[in-house]
Design a protein around this ligand. Structure first.
Ligand code: SF4
Length: 252
């Protein structure tokens, strides 16, 4: 490697690490009007609150039998930047046409694209899914292993999808942080982190392992219906007495 390339690489690494928000685990901010934050109690209340809401897409698919690593990974890719109401039917339509990696690999990216068209970035995702299916067939004999490194070696697959797939399909203890989990846990004051990646690191340090998979299942519907992005429903929220409401300025 030439000196300038080395310098360029170092600069890129420095820029990346400077951009990366640090993970911060902190005591919830003191609030005399609040009870101590007890994660067991808070999650029990959230569990009750979301009982009648629809499961997040990947858990709903697992309940319908689509619970292999491959299916969960495909479903998670479809769900990126896409509402569950859109990604879930798209995943079901795709699995109906191509229920195995081999069957999906036999389809062209264009044929995959036709089935997932309502999904955001459908064209790019079609190519991505086709490539994953081909490699799953050719390199892994048609069965993806329960291995985070393998899953994250696929283009476009990060910790969020890899961890959720491994948690649901393999029973691995893994925290998956999407925008809902990030927003809610930071509003609670349970962690203090600027990005979903940093929140995941912070949660790994404080959250009891028994909740690592369930957290996503609970907080996705909770974030969609109660602790919403704009104007969270604090006045009727079951965890109001413990939540520090960090950054909440205009609640309902
Ligand atoms: S009290 Fe408000 S900010 Fe806290 S979890 Fe409930 S809805 Fe979210």
């Amino acid at each position: 490697m030439t000196t300038s390339r080395r310098t360029g690489t170092r600069r890129a690494e420095q820029t990346t690490s400077a951009r990366r928000a640090p993970a911060v685990v902190s005591e919830p901010p003191p609030r005399p009007d609040k009870v101590p934050f007890d994660i067991d109690d808070v999650l029990a209340r959230v569990r009750e609150a979301v009982r009648d809401f629809a499961d997040a897409a990947m858990f709903a698919l697992a309940a319908r039998g689509h619970d292999t690593v491959f299916e969960q990974l495909v479903a998670c890719i479809l769900s990126i930047r896409t509402l569950d109401e859109v990604s879930l039917p798209a995943a079901l339509a795709l699995f109906e046409r191509a229920p195995t990696p081999e069957a999906l690999a036999r389809l062209s990216p264009q044929a995959i694209d036709e089935r997932i068209r309502p999904v955001t970035f459908h064209e790019a995702k079609a190519h991505q899914l086709h490539a994953i299916a081909v490699r799953t067939r050719d390199a892994f004999g048609g069965t993806l292993p329960c291995d985070a490194q393998v899953l994250q070696s696929f283009k476009g697959v990060g910790p969020k999808c890899a961890h959720l797939a491994l948690g649901i399909a393999c029973g691995h203890e893994a925290i998956s942080v999407d925008i809902h989990v990030h927003r809610v846990t930071n509003r609670w004051g349970y962690v203090k982190a600027r990005s979903p990646e940093a929140t995941m690191e912070a949660l790994q340090a404080v959250l009891p392992r028994k909740y690592w998979v369930e957290l996503n299942r609970l907080l996705v519907p909770f974030g969609k219906h109660v602790c919403t992005g704009a104007r969270p429903r604090c006045s009727t929220c079951p965890v109001l007495r413990a939540c520090r409401q960090v950054g909440v300025t205009n609640p309902r």
